[in-house]
Design a protein around this ligand. Structure first.
Ligand SMILES: Nc1ncnc2c1ncn2[C@@H]1O[C@H](COP(=O)(O)OP(=O)(O)OP(=O)(O)O)[C@@H](O)[C@H]1O
Length: 257
């Protein structure tokens, strides 16, 4: 099989907080058309690894590349401009604006027009049409004119996915996308992510604890433990491997002691 060029790579990616190495020399390639789930026990370094990729944290050493270009030292917004899109719980929303207005602003930002509210009517129409497209794709049309702050939590999470889609990133990053969500809302968000993953040009990274979500979506699983890459591969093989079982049962350190 010919592997495509990685859309995203980390090489020996490391960050230290004082004496603590939270992510330790993690090298990994991610490819378009592939959804990788990052799992590991609490404190394993999953969120820190995400922060190093999206730019909220800067590596102590090692590099991050996007389509072969070194982005290790870029700011989060510069990385977003390079096509790295990360869903943040609520922080991307303008709570006092409607669902449609929120999506239109994301479309506008993507169109390179900045976060400006007032545009000539002709441009405005095109942007609105695009925004309506993402409303439909995320099945939020009925809520278009509701204020974001008044939406139930599950619909706010769908809106975050809509905002991310409107930015048209190449790399989608989700950190526990169904956390805190009721059982009737979770499938909607998982369907949206499955829809994104079916696009062969998109690379999806997901941090997830829930095994049913992992099983439903993962093409590949990587396991972090104590900041290190412990396993990487086919979901069924990785999850049935002894080393991963040991980590999840919490005996890995006892066994090596
Ligand atoms: N800004 C920081 N300063 C100091 N230590 C930090 C910082 N951020 C993370 N850490 C430490 O790095 C380690 C990895 O944390 P991280 O949040 O990445 O783990 P995680 O795998 O996402 O865990 P969880 O599943 O609980 O969210 C932890 O020991 C954490 O305390």
């Amino acid at each position: 099989m010919i592997m495509s060029v990685p859309s995203l790579s980390t090489r020996e990616l490391t960050i230290r907080f004082g004496g603590h190495v939270a992510v330790n020399a993690v090298s990994c390639d991610f490819h378009p058309g592939e959804l990788t789930v990052i799992v590991g026990p609490n404190g394993a370094g999953k969120t820190t690894y995400f922060n190093l990729i999206s730019g909220q944290l800067t590596a102590s050493s090692g590099i991050v590349t996007k389509d072969g270009t070194d982005i290790t030292r870029l700011s989060p917004s510069a990385r977003a401009g390079q096509g790295i899109g990360r869903a943040f719980q609520l922080t991307n929303l303008f709570p006092q604006l409607t669902v449609l207005e929120n999506i239109r602003l994301a479309v506008q930002a993507r169109a390179g027009q900045g976060w400006r509210m007032f545009r000539p009517v002709s441009q405005f129409r095109g942007l609105t049409e695009k925004a309506e497209h993402y409303l439909e794709r995320t099945r939020l049309t009925a809520l278009a004119h509701q204020t974001a702050a008044n939406l139930p939590h599950g619909d706010q999470r769908k809106l975050e996915v809509a905002l991310l889609m409107a930015m048209e990133p190449d790399i989608y990053m989700f950190d526990e996308p169904t956390a805190g969500m009721s059982l009737d809302h979770a499938p909607d968000v998982l369907d949206l992510i499955a829809g994104i993953k079916s696009d062969p040009t998109k690379t999806v990274l997901l941090v997830e604890h829930k095994m049913d979500v992992v099983r439903a979506l993962a093409d590949r699983i990587i396991v972090l433990h104590n900041g290190e890459l412990l396993a990487d591969g086919d979901p069924a093989e990785v999850m049935s491997s002894q080393i991963v079982r040991d980590v999840y049962l919490g005996n890995a350190t006892e066994e090596t002691a």
